[in-house]
Design a protein around this ligand. Structure first.
Ligand code: UTP
Length: 289
């Protein structure tokens, strides 16, 4: 079964980033010159995915508009001869086909994935969290698709985290079946430090078999009273199997203020026009710190 769709949940309230996110969706906060969500959609496109299913909520229409065709703006830029900007704007609206599904209440990530069942139906699909950025030579989703095609079971992306931070993540335990690939024996959401044998933390990239929908329909509210994707994944692990993949790359949690600052510095340094000047500036101020 070929993976053709990527579900991107963006219906959360973004409370960690208030007051910035009172009106502006956190996925639309700009990292240098693009909103976070655009970097994620570009990763998905570079991985060969043809369609994005956005899980949205009220107040999030700016995200759909960002990927839509803007007749007024394109006509204006064409008339003014601003061809570079026109190309940039066209590139965004032609990136990918976007379908939106509404999550009526923010009942948790598991619930957000569950509401896409009518659109995705019985195909395997990608899930990318709308505020998790991964920078890598080979797109993270593409790397994971290779693992999925080999094992034919669902795959979660993991990275090692300091032992005292395991309570911020879903943590997996399992056997390493080849370098960087683990067959999961246990997956647990936000465990207390010291209660798990592993520091492999799940980040916001998943390739899921459609059986996850049935597991989600049987998942009760868990940590924080939310329907946790991790709990449904544990059911899927038990009933079929589940793999973890330690991807090559660096991940930024752009939904968190500190993670967002790190991402801004990274992308600022890498930017083709601004990178050189920005590096020089950081060197100058580093001496004063
Ligand atoms: P987060 O927990 O990072 O998002 O969920 P949040 O709830 O918006 O953020 P905070 O913790 O209050 O700051 C990860 C992703 O899942 C989406 C979010 O939009 C985010 O992209 N999500 C979360 C939903 O779509 N629906 C939910 O009910 C919960």
């Amino acid at each position: 079964m070929k993976v053709q769709k990527a579900v991107i949940p963006v219906a959360g309230l973004g409370t960690r980033f208030l007051p910035a996110t009172k009106v502006i969706p956190k996925e639309m906060l700009t990292i240098v010159d693009r909103p976070t969500i655009q970097y994620i959609v570009e990763e998905v496109v570079a991985s060969g995915i043809k369609e994005v299913v956005l899980v949205t909520a009220s107040g999030k229409s700016a995200i759909e508009d960002h990927f839509d065709y803007s007749f007024e703006l394109e006509t204006f830029l064409a008339q003014k001869g601003k061809l570079e900007l026109l190309a940039e704007v066209r590139h965004i609206s032609r990136l990918i086909d976007v379908v939106s599904v509404r999550q009526k209440e923010p009942l948790g990530l598991g619930h957000a994935v569950g509401v896409t069942e009518q659109v995705v139906k019985d195909e395997p699909f990608v899930v990318c969290l709308g505020d998790d950025l991964v920078v890598s030579e080979i797109p993270c989703v593409y790397q994971m698709l290779q693992v999925f095609e080999k094992y034919h079971e669902s795959v979660v992306a993991v990275q090692r985290v300091p032992e005292d931070q395991v309570d911020r993540y879903g943590i997996v335990e399992g056997e390493e079946v080849e370098p960087g690939v683990f067959r999961i024996d246990r997956i647990v959401e936000k465990p207390a430090p010291g209660s798990v044998r592993s520091n492999l933390a799940v980040i916001g990239r998943y390739i899921l078999r459609p059986e996850i929908y049935d597991c989600l329909s049987r998942t009760l509210p868990g940590v924080g009273g939310e329907i946790q994707l991790t709990d449904a994944l544990d059911m899927l692990r038990n009933e079929r199997g589940l793999y973890a993949y330690a991807f090559d790359g660096v991940r930024f949690d752009a939904g968190d203020k500190f993670g967002y600052l790190r991402a801004t510095i990274h992308f600022g340094l890498e930017h083709p026009d601004l990178g050189g000047r920005f590096r020089q500036y950081l060197k100058e101020i580093a001496d004063e710190l």
